[in-house]
Design a protein around this ligand. Structure first.
Ligand SMILES: Cc1cc2nc3c(=O)[nH]c(=O)nc-3n(C[C@H](O)[C@H](O)[C@H](O)COP(=O)(O)OP(=O)(O)OC[C@H]3O[C@@H](n4cnc5c(N)ncnc54)[C@H](O)[C@@H]3O)c2cc1C
Length: 396
């Protein structure tokens, strides 16, 4: 049996669903999303949901800022607040990273992002529990915070369906289909049927490389292990912002239940995993490291205990920035390699992909679509921050 569709999206995670909604919102409603498992059950389900605009690459900062504005108005736009909470975002650096911080904040302000420097006294008043003496400078985004990637993906799906988008779960693509001229024209499904499509969009996170390989397209995306630790502080403590602690190379934020979620920001020695087979628990050595760093940053936790840990996989590219655009095979479009940024930029990803597919260009403010082109790696022109942080350059 063969089915046809104009747009076939492989992957029912946050990005596939954002793209589906955005296409339909722009009037392209002949869209089919196929997800091998359940919606948002991939890495979207592991997302920390941090929303910050603090990026060195202007296009990425602009996409995040667009995301902030969509999330902040989600209740009106989607009838669902997507779980976004503007608890504030702070990035703090040690003495060796003051210059890049200043340069990045100036660039972000030029893009219209609501960000400024904040001094230690004001920080201490807003968030009395945090130790600050080893930060040489701090920047504050009052409109940053945390969302919920699963809820967000589901809200995109809920908004896309009434517009005509078809979404199918438990539907695995076993291979993409390619004709003798190299054009990708659809996908073969595990049940033996085929879907023929005008355009196939692969939005399959760390599984994208395997799908590309079925038509000889090398998708330079690897699954980098991310270990997260949850800490119960012992009793409710004053709130914390979402904090990128570039002095301690960690990030922390508050879970809706009051626990602290802490993650590693040191990507000097990345570990790669098979995203289908990995132990869903942080290593003891990482847990110990996190406890040490948290004890330092939140010294007044009354009775801290580890309440859990888990592991996810960042779909990383060689420059830690996404690939969004046509692949070398006509008919195959890529939206993958989000490298840990994919939640906050998901509304912009949806719009960018819809713009590129429908118009060949985008009007997203501040975004140069070519920054995310597939060919940049072969051209030896990676997308890098002009003002990288020493010791913490990869993901900002
Ligand atoms: C631990 C962790 C923390 C993160 N924290 C943040 C954060 O704080 N802020 C932020 O902005 N971003 C964060 N991210 C990044 C962000 O969450 C992801 O970029 C985003 O959720 C990925 O969405 P996706 O749709 O690209 O991928 P996924 O959610 O992985 O979706 C891909 C889907 O494709 C499906 N699939 C795979 N193969 C096939 C096939 N053959 N046939 C059909 N379907 C298939 C999978 O089942 C999966 O559901 C984090 C990521 C991780 C892993």
């Amino acid at each position: 049996m063969t089915e046809t569709t104009e747009y076939l999206i492989v992957g029912g995670g946050l990005e596939g669903l954002a793209i589906a909604w955005s296409l339909a919102d722009r009037g392209a409603t002949d869209v089919l999303v196929v997800e091998r498992d359940t919606l948002c059950s991939g890495m979207t389900g592991k997302s920390s949901g941090v929303v910050r605009c603090h990026y060195g690459a202007p296009s990425l900062a602009a996409m995040s800022w667009y995301g902030v504005q969509v999330f902040a108005t989600a209740a009106e736009r989607f009838g669902d607040d997507m779980g976004f909470r503007q608890c504030g975002y702070v990035v703090g650096v040690g003495p060796d990273n003051v210059e890049p911080l200043e340069a990045n904040v100036v660039m972000q302000q030029q893009l219209g992002i609501d960000v400024d420097f904040i001094d230690h006294d004001e920080m201490a008043q807003l968030w009395p529990g945090l130790r600050l003496d080893d930060f040489a400078a701090l920047a504050y985004e009052p409109r940053g915070g945390r969302g919920d990637a699963h809820l967000t993906g589901m809200a995109f799906a809920a908004a896309a369906r009434p517009l005509g988008v078809r979404i199918r779960q438990s539907t695995e693509v076993t291979a993409l289909l390619q004709d003798s001229s190299g054009t990708v024209y659809g996908a073969a499904l595990a049940d033996g049927t085929q879907v023929h499509a005008g355009t196939v969009i692969v939005a399959a996170g760390p599984w994208s490389a395997a799908l590309g390989a079925t038509v000889g397209v090398d998708v330079p995306v690897k699954a980098q292990r991310a270990q997260l630790v949850l800490v119960d502080q012992g009793e409710p403590l004053p709130p914390v912002p979402v904090l990128s602690d570039l002095a301690g190379l960690q990030y922390l934020c508050r879970e809706p239940n009051g626990e602290i979620l802490a993650g590693n920001s040191d990507h000097a020695a990345p570990e790669y995993i098979d995203p289908d087979h990995y132990t869903n628990r942080a290593d003891d050595s990482i847990i110990e490291k996190v406890i040490g760093k948290l004890d330092h940053r939140l010294p007044h936790m009354p009775d801290p205990r580890i309440s859990g840990s888990y592991v996810g996989a960042y779909d990383v590219t060689p420059d830690y920035n996404p690939i969004i655009g046509p692949s070398p095979a006509p008919g195959l479009f890529l939206a993958t390699g989000f490298s840990g940024h994919g939640f906050k930029i998901s509304p912009a990803v949806g719009r960018l992909v819809a713009d590129l597919l429908l118009d060949g260009t985008t009007t997203l403010p501040g975004v140069a679509a070519t920054d995310f082109r597939y060919s940049r790696f072969a051209e030896n022109a990676p997308l890098l921050s002009p003002h990288p942080y020493q010791g913490a350059g990869e993901m900002r």
